[in-house]
Design a protein. Structure first.
Length: 206
């Protein structure tokens, strides 16, 4: 059976368009490797950060965390005020693919798990997003991937048919959720593999 041609492309942001590593923020603040591992695995974890991505208030999260980890107040404050230091720059090759797709006239969108307050600080300095027609941000909508509701919201707001849209994400659960809802998917590993997939679909030159 022939696949429906892809007419639109929807990107994830973290670890697809931009590198993201919490250790880059906390490494310079915590000298001892064992202590850094404790901070990343217990104090300022990706699972806790996900709550902010999903729309929980930052001040509330920080106050709650400080009660749980009173001796780690400084790193918890750093998360709140210096989060963008965990995003060191683009994923190599990804922005070039965005530019090629845009220049070919492919409608571009994004669905990102990103806290609303952090997105407001991050977005203005990133001109790559000027090429996108619309971006659904989890923290703004208080819906986060892999919940089906965020994909349904995105499809409605973008005015697209998921069957005609390629969704690109690095996260297994997000890919599976999108696929169940009828999106075409690419499980992102690196830009060269994505380039090959886009070329096979006729979206860019090989």
């Amino acid at each position: 059976m022939t696949k429906t041609p892809v007419r639109n492309v929807a990107f994830d942001v973290g670890r697809v368009l931009f590198r993201w590593d919490m250790a880059l923020l906390f490494g310079p603040l915590v000298d001892d490797p064992a202590e850094l591992d404790y901070v990343l695995s217990h104090v300022v974890t990706e699972a806790w950060h996900f709550e902010h991505d999903a729309g929980r208030d930052l001040a509330e999260l920080v106050a709650e965390r400080k009660l749980l980890f009173p001796r780690h107040g400084a790193v918890i404050d750093a998360y709140a005020t210096r989060f963008l230091e965990s995003i060191p720059g683009p994923v190599p090759g990804s922005h070039e693919l965005v530019e090629e797709l845009d220049e070919r006239g492919v409608p571009l969108f994004a669905i990102t798990n990103f806290a609303d307050e952090f997105w407001a600080r991050f977005r203005p300095d990133q001109p790559v997003f000027d090429r996108f027609r619309d971006i659904v941000v989890s923290g703004t909508e208080k819906l986060a991937k892999p919940a089906p509701e965020i994909f349904e919201l995105a499809a409605r707001r973008f005015g697209i048919d998921p069957a005609e849209t390629l969704f690109i994400d690095d996260n297994d659960a997000n890919i599976a959720a999108a696929q169940r809802l009828g999106w075409q998917v690419h499980h992102f590993r690196d830009a060269p593999a994505l380039r090959d997939d886009l070329a096979r679909r006729g979206l860019i030159d090989g």
